[in-house]
Design a protein around this ligand. Structure first.
Ligand SMILES: *Cc1c(COP(=O)(O)O)cnc(C)c1O
Length: 407
């Protein structure tokens, strides 16, 4: 058996913490998981990976679970990288891909992070977990907790999409609707730790969710034959996806697996109804101020304050990328347009990315020849509340006037 984790490292001041017990925050800020990368490079190679099963567990040596232990898994990972030339051409891009996370267990990329977090909590013997959620994280936690035989408590804003409520209930979690935002839900979980003896699974409050999200970057590199694209466009709420991918690219560079030194520009996208990271980016701040009156139909982006704000902003700046806001009132129509062009179930969060790409092209920040990857972080099917159907009804199936069917 082996585990290549050396220690945990505070993201705010570099303090080293042991990885052999469960950890949370340090000085109220998140931790990085650090590995013995030279040792990994000695036992693992891109060639060796190629024959492994197509899930995120193929990167076993780069993940925190000791290699002789069985993960709590639903087969997550290795999402397809789909060339999207219809949408790409309409945006003015010659090379455009969608990494389609809508096909993952529980219908979003959240299953990557929660598979890892629940696996590690299980490894440390934790039996009761709680999470504040905008929707998809709760659904994913409920599923993995069910599989691990853990008791799950989930707190979500009252207007969270009903499918998210349903998936949590179906997976046997105890679900509570909160009159407030995800930050209020977070407070309920935090203040209940002593009395309820649950482990707090809030975004970035334990070190392992980032490691699950990191696999998006590992997969992308592998799917691009170890040469990264020029631009990655990613919707940002709590930021684990963007932070995790950036960490992956650094680890791959240290492993010596990347065939080019070019790192992608990371683009963080938010709705203009809740854009604390964009505001901090534009103001040249390292930390974001909580967004007042957060509202967006892209529920994954409705995060007014993120504990890892500086990690998101550091990654964007280090990559030479940008934080961009999308017009809230255009998100739903863009979701329909993008889905109709590619047949990919584009969620509102990814629709915001389409709008951000339009903005960046207009401003000349992205050009036609750039190789651009957009992440579709979840399936549109979960956002039933945004349905705009108004379908014509055929009242008499025996006498259809076909001349009325074509537009
Ligand atoms: C959670 C979520 C996001 C935001 O991801 P973070 O990693 O929290 O920034 C984006 N899209 C969807 C569909 C989500 O569920």
């Amino acid at each position: 058996m082996s585990c290549f984790v050396t220690h945990l490292e505070s993201a705010i001041d570099g303090t080293s913490l042991p990885a052999d017990t469960i950890q949370t925050l340090h000085k109220d800020r998140p931790l990085w998981v650090r590995y013995d990368l030279p040792a990994i490079a000695r036992v693992l190679s891109p060639e060796k990976l190629a024959s492994r099963e197509p899930t995120l567990w193929r990167y076993r040596e780069l993940l925190p679970l000791p290699t002789d232990e069985t993960p709590i898994s639903l087969g997550e990972g290795m999402s397809p990288l789909i060339p999207a030339s219809n949408l790409g051409q309409s945006l003015g891009l010659d090379q455009f891909w969608i990494k389609d996370e809508s096909q993952l267990p529980t219908g979003s990329f959240k299953s990557r992070g929660l598979a890892m977090a629940v696996t590690m909590a299980n490894h440390f013997g934790i039996k009761r977990v709680a999470i504040p959620t905008a929707g998809n994280a709760g659904g994913a936690m409920a599923a993995y907790a069910a599989r691990a035989g853990m008791e799950a408590y989930i707190f979500m804003p009252r207007d969270t999409p009903v499918i998210n409520q349903m998936e949590c209930v179906m997976a046997g979690a105890k679900v509570f609707l909160v009159e407030g935002l995800i930050t209020d839900c977070g407070k309920i979980v935090r203040q209940g730790i002593d009395e309820m003896k649950w482990f707090d699974f809030s975004t970035l409050k334990e070190p392992y969710r980032i490691e699950g999200k990191k696999t998006m970057g590992l997969e992308l590199a592998e799917q691009f034959n170890w040469q990264l694209p020029d631009v990655i466009v990613y919707p940002t709420g709590g930021g684990t996806g963007l932070i995790g991918m950036w960490k992956a690219f650094h680890e791959l560079r240290e492993l010596g697996w990347l065939t080019s030194d070019n790192m992608p520009k990371m683009v963080s996208v938010q709705s203009d109804g809740c854009a604390p990271i964009v505001k901090a980016f534009e103001a040249n701040e390292r930390f974001a101020t909580p967004w007042e009156g957060a509202h967006t139909c892209a529920s994954g982006l409705r995060v007014p304050a993120a504990v890892g704000d500086f990690m998101i902003l550091d990654a964007i700046r280090e990559s030479g990328g940008w934080a961009v806001s999308a017009a809230e009132e255009k998100i739903i129509s863009t979701m329909y347009r993008a889905t109709a062009m590619e047949g990919i179930s584009v969620c509102p969060e990814a629709a915001a990315c389409v709008l951000a790409i339009e903005k960046l092209i207009t401003n000349g920040q992205i050009t036609r020849t750039d190789r651009v990857v957009m992440f579709n972080t979840g399936t549109a099917n979960k956002y039933i509340e945004t349905a705009r159907l108004n379908l014509p009804v055929i009242h008499d199936p025996a006498s259809v006037d076909y001349s009325t069917l074509a537009p």
